[in-house]
Design a protein around this ligand. Structure first.
Ligand code: GLU
Length: 416
């Protein structure tokens, strides 16, 4: 765990890739800052009648390639700089998978476990009302992120539609199917992790069916990734959440561990397993490591102790830039977040397209189109890596993504 400032990490990643790009320094500088950040104080009535204030943000990082896009996070550690970083990562993520969207991110400083459902609804509706002038199906389209899901998206959509006196399901994605959501959206982030892992093992000419896997973080993204990677024949030997981890060298049942977590609130205590800490999980001797919790999970010191050969990033920003340098030097293949977890925003894009068409796609169509987006982006990343002789896949992803954003900016001119 590191206390690196994620916004500085993002800026360093852009600079690292900028060194290989023919882009003027002043244009590159522009691509290191959000266009605007809204900060709000939300006054929410608690169930006991008292009033409590919550701090919230929305950072719109870049809109050169389309409407701003990115999730909303509810977490006590949300900060202005974290949201700014996450909005930048969204910008380059959308560019890497070449969907016509810009990047944004929002967050509220709150521990949702301490609020009742009614309080969370009032909080979400207050936040949606504050964001109303900035969002819209052609402006900025929020989505789920850490600790938010269909329920919050439905409240947000309803608040926006009520205030605007219209129907506009495309104002937000990640909704329940009955509120205009897409088949396959819930599983999409984990599914892209699985595709990225499959492509990485293929690239290395290694057999995923013989691989052992450790997954840090067992929320929506991590648990689906574990289950789908297991379905490809790999052996998931360890998983964790914020309470700790469980380990079985013979393999866990990813689905059964998720059921245990749903019942008890944590993966710990799952039958016939050894307990281990998050740090022990991250340094286990496995073939594939999937960090799927929060940013800064692996710093330079921990990176020295990582035993995995491949890391597929499901969380946003789980490795610090210093950790990246260590892992590059040690020849560990890192498939970066901006590709490996891009399934979430890609199926959000499909959801938005369906909302505009007022037409629903089948789950098979969603999954097929997602597969071609992720595998196509993986191939482009490998091409960029090889043809520019780049140090690692992250730099390759940023070279591809930054170039696309810079092209859109240049083609649009510089007004005013
Ligand atoms: N929160 C997800 C991400 O970090 C999804 C964003 C979206 O669907 O817009 O990529």
């Amino acid at each position: 765990m590191s206390d690196a400032n994620p916004f500085e990490s993002l800026q360093e990643q852009v600079d690292d890739a900028g060194a290989y790009l023919d882009i003027d320094d002043d244009v590159l500088e522009r691509l290191k800052h959000p266009e605007r950040v809204l900060e709000v104080t939300l006054s929410v009535e608690r169930d006991d009648g008292s009033l409590e204030q919550f701090e919230g943000f929305r950072s719109q990082f870049n809109g050169d390639r389309g409407p701003y896009k990115g999730g909303i996070r509810y977490h006590p550690n949300v900060s202005r700089d974290e949201v700014k970083a996450l909005s930048g990562w969204m910008t380059y993520k959308c560019a890497v998978v070449d969907i016509p969207l810009g990047g944004a991110k929002g967050g509220i400083v709150v521990d949702p476990d301490e609020l009742s459902a009614a309080e969370l609804e009032r909080l979400t509706r207050a936040y949606a009302a504050e964001l109303r002038p900035l969002v819209g199906p052609d402006r900025d389209i929020p989505a789920p992120d850490v600790n938010t899901g269909q329920r919050e998206m439905n409240w947000f959509k309803d608040t926006y539609e009520t205030l605007e006196r219209t129907t506009a399901p495309g104002v937000i994605t990640g909704k329940a199917i009955s509120s205009g959501g897409s088949e396959g959206r819930v599983e999409a982030t984990g599914r892209s992790t699985m595709f990225a892992a499959r492509e990485a093992f293929d690239y290395l000419d290694r057999d995923l069916t013989e691989a052992t896997v450790a997954v840090q973080g067992y929320g929506n993204a991590g648990s689906v990734a574990a289950r789908l990677i297991e379905e490809l024949g790999a052996t998931v030997v360890a998983v964790s959440d914020s309470s700790g981890g469980v380990y079985d060298p013979d393999g866990l049942d990813a689905h059964a561990v998720k059921s245990h977590k749903n019942e008890t609130g944590t993966v710990t205590g799952y039958a016939d397993t050894e307990e281990l800490t998050n740090e022990e999980l991250l340094t286990l001797d496995v073939d594939l490591l999937v960090p799927a919790a929060l940013e800064n999970a692996i710093d330079a010191d921990l990176a020295e102790a990582v035993e995995a050969d491949v890391i597929v990033e499901t969380a946003n920003g789980p490795l610090t830039p210093a950790a990246d340098d260590v892992l590059t030097g040690r020849d560990v293949l890192v498939v970066p977040d901006v590709l490996a977890n891009a399934g979430g925003v890609t199926v959000s894009y499909f959801e938005w397209v369906q909302n505009r068409q007022r037409f629903a796609w089948s789950e098979a169509r969603v999954n097929d189109e997602l597969e071609s987006v992720i595998t196509g982006a993986f191939d482009e990343l490998v091409d960029a890596y090889k043809s520019n002789d780049l140090p690692n896949f992250r730099t390759a992803a940023y070279v591809v993504g930054i170039q696309r954003v810079a092209d859109a900016y240049a083609e649009g001119g510089n007004w005013p």
